[in-house]
Write a protein that binds this ligand. Sequence first.
Ligand code: PMP
Length: 405
Amino acid sequence: MKHTQIIADSFPALHQTIGDNRLVYLDSAATTQKPQCVIDAIVAYYEHDNANIHRGVHTLSQRATQAYENARLQIANLLHCSRHEEVIFVRGATEAINLIAQAYARPRLGEGDVILITEMEHHSNIVPWQLVCEQTGASLEVVPVCDDGSLDMEAYKSLLTKDVVIVSMAHVSNAIGTINPVKEICKLAREVGATTVVDGAQATGHLRVDISDIDCDFYAISGHKMFGPTGIGCLFGKYELLQEMEPWQGGGDMILSVSFEETTWNDVPFKFEAGTPNIAGAIGLGVAVSWIQEIGYDKISKHEQELLAYGREVLLAIDGVDIVGASKHNAGVIAFTLRGVHPHDVGTILDHAGVAIRTGNHCAEPLMKRFGLAATCRASLCIYNTRKDLDCLGVGIKEAMRILG
Ligand code: PMP
């Protein structure tokens, strides 16, 4: 725990009060706080190296290009990609999935084809596929979730017919924290010839991700959920697939040459990075990656699992609290409801106590419906949280019960 305090000390935003209370930040699934080194890197870039990348011969441009490309190498290294060109910078996981849907799926799908997703997806892994279905005549099918929040693997196997062209699923559910067996899901999908997409938005800040081992075709990453800045993320794609694909957006940097008669595309990954990218964001994300590597995923996961067990204990000891979805393989997300109390009211009372949780449908309306709920409360855990934070949550919930229950 002492070491956790040292870690927490490197997050300036955690050191503030809300009213008279210490901030207890339990909303890292929405976005993680940023360590000082990430903030410093962004400031340093704008103070010293600010220039556009890939096209300048001057020193600042070369420095900016090097830092941006170095971030790509760091991400490829973190995720065990076989080549760094497989990492494309995008705005976030949402943009990564839209890129796959439009640049990979749309030209390849037609009537009779099936895109298979799961009942626990974030809207970002539902709506891009609905758009593609409308555009191509393909249809969307959904693997159900069991009562404990795990994926119904038997149902998955029976839905996995030869018509399935794409299987897209969350690595970790943002709403209930289920860790899906993505390696097995991808292996089964490959057996029917389907292309696999993993939404890793909630994974890379919390658990070791080895893309070569998972052997998925695409993997979407959200920078701001892994200690990096907002507005930056990555799409991993297998090199051969990225090479086969047409660009998604046109503009600067994604071309080799342009004439009014014919335009030719730049190499992967630049083919998919039209326009001036979020240079500072990528650099900040690279530093976040170094920070994660310094702590190590073993330590992060172990700490979060201990907190998860303790948090469930704290909540279950309170009369009137129900935990929603608690699968055997769960990341540090605790979804819960208070009998007879609206989650938004719980969130407001907790905020008065300095405790930040998320309430609502968590951009997972179909999953809420599956559990017969309109909304839940969600406490999401991170390496910088402590047992004390969960004690504060418990005290706040008891207070909410006293006032509203
Ligand atoms: N998928 C999941 C599981 C998420 O939790 C989120 C963010 N809440 C997203 C996708 C979207 O990520 P981003 O904010 O990077 O677009």
